[in-house]
Design a protein around this ligand. Structure first.
Ligand code: MG
Length: 400
């Protein structure tokens, strides 16, 4: 049998919702057979596009599309240096597109190719945020009314806002926040939300690595009475040595990992039972191929999946999340991004959100495509991000 080969690899940059997205499209030697993949690293989109077009494309042209694992291994080591967010996202775009092609050739949705459904739909969590406990509580009630059973509660965004800051004269510009006031503001906010919804709704909170480790441990203990579904990113990947202390001191379930780019960051945490949910951003770890392996290791270690799913995952990436959610026995919950109409139009086949669940469309492969003509109407705009220029009150740079 003559193999079907890669005829072209193209990157599509588009921002239908104002967020820069990078999507890869692979054309094959079979007329009409194409695949799409998510390579979105929104803050470094040009670097990812160059990695795909200048480095991966020449490596891939003419290769057999069915050799997904072998091509993944080759893409990962071909530069000798490996495991960084730019390269991993570039590899992911190709990897997902090859899986999409494999599903289309088999005539099966990817979840069926991965072993079949373990559930009919993926339970979603939405974000509630407000300037006060009352505002957060109102939003939670609205989301519950819309059918969401899981709600992440933040007040004033990551690290909180509106605290009175004691800052020296001449402090550098930046997105300032006070980690101590932020940490103290969370338990009363959760107490208010629980007073409204009781314990029939699952609540989540994201620290976003914004606290010094001892303060993160204090907060994880302080929120125990509110029985979170999980507390997310209490520490940074660089603070791996603190997880044991965190685990020993609190029963609050821990979710971790949207910034992971290297297996050495998550393997020790998962295999030692120090976290409860993996939050990996699938394109940032290199696509569906490594995500399936991560999910399998997590299953054996009683860790559940909660793949990263904000607006800077393209709808193609959300579709990949969904196929993994449906087919993994150890799925926990899926972060929900309510797709605006423009995104749904640019990405036909975008997964449906109904009554708090994400539902697949059962088309072969990922079940989603990109309308390139429409995508071109939403060009990416280069900006310097401000929210990532986080600073503590004394003026020092902090992790965003
Ligand atoms: Mg997060």
């Amino acid at each position: 049998m003559t193999p079907i080969t890669i005829r072209d690899v193209r990157t599509i940059l588009t921002a239908p919702a104002g967020i820069r997205l990078i999507v890869v499209k692979i054309e094959t030697s079979e007329p009409g057979l194409t695949g799409v993949g998510c390579a979105t690293f929104t803050q470094r989109h040009h670097a990812v596009a160059a990695a795909i077009e200048r480095h991966l494309r020449p490596l891939l042209l003419g290769r057999d599309v069915s050799r997904i694992e072998d091509l993944w291994q080759m893409m990962m080591v071909n530069a000798y240096w490996r495991n960084g967010p730019v390269l991993n996202n570039a590899v992911s775009g190709v990897d997902m597109a090859l899986w999409d092609i494999a599903g289309k050739r088999a005539g099966m949705p990817l979840y069926a190719l991965f072993g079949g459904r373990c559930r009919e739909a993926a339970a979603l969590y939405r974000h509630a945020d407000g300037a006060s406990p009352a505002e957060v509580g109102d939003q939670v009630l609205q989301l519950v009314e819309q059918g969401f059973h899981y709600v992440r509660c933040q007040m004033g965004g990551y690290g909180g806002r509106g605290h009175r800051l004691h800052t020296p004269a001449g402090a550098q510009p930046g997105a300032y926040y006070d980690p101590y006031r932020y940490a103290r503001s969370v338990p009363p906010m959760l107490e208010h939300v629980r007073s409204l919804v009781g314990f029939d709704v699952e609540l989540l909170h994201d620290i976003h690595e914004r606290l010094p480790p001892p303060l993160a441990i204090q907060l994880a203990r302080a929120v125990e009475p509110y029985q979170l579904f999980f507390l997310e990113d209490p520490l940074a990947p660089e603070q791996i040595s603190w997880f044991q202390a965190l685990r020993q001191q609190t029963s609050t379930p821990i979710a971790m990992g949207e910034l992971w780019v290297n297996p050495t960051e998550w393997l020790p945490l998962v295999t030692a039972g120090l976290i409860d949910f993996t939050r990996a951003h699938i394109s940032a770890i290199g696509g569906i191929t490594p995500a399936r392996k991560m999910a399998a290791v997590c299953e054996l270690c009683s860790v559940r999946t909660a793949w990263h799913g904000p607006g800077d995952v393209s709808p193609v990436g959300h579709a990949a999340n969904l196929h993994l959610d449906l087919s993994a026995p150890n799925f926990g919950v899926q972060e929900c991004y309510p797709f605006p109409d423009e995104l749904r139009e640019v990405f036909p086949g975008c997964p449906e959100i109904r009554d708090g669940f994400m539902i697949p469309n059962d088309q072969p492969g990922l079940g989603i495509d990109v309308d390139e003509r429409l995508a071109a109407r939403f060009p990416c705009v280069d900006t310097i991000d401000e929210w990532t220029q986080a600073r503590w009150p004394d003026g020092s740079q902090a992790r965003p």
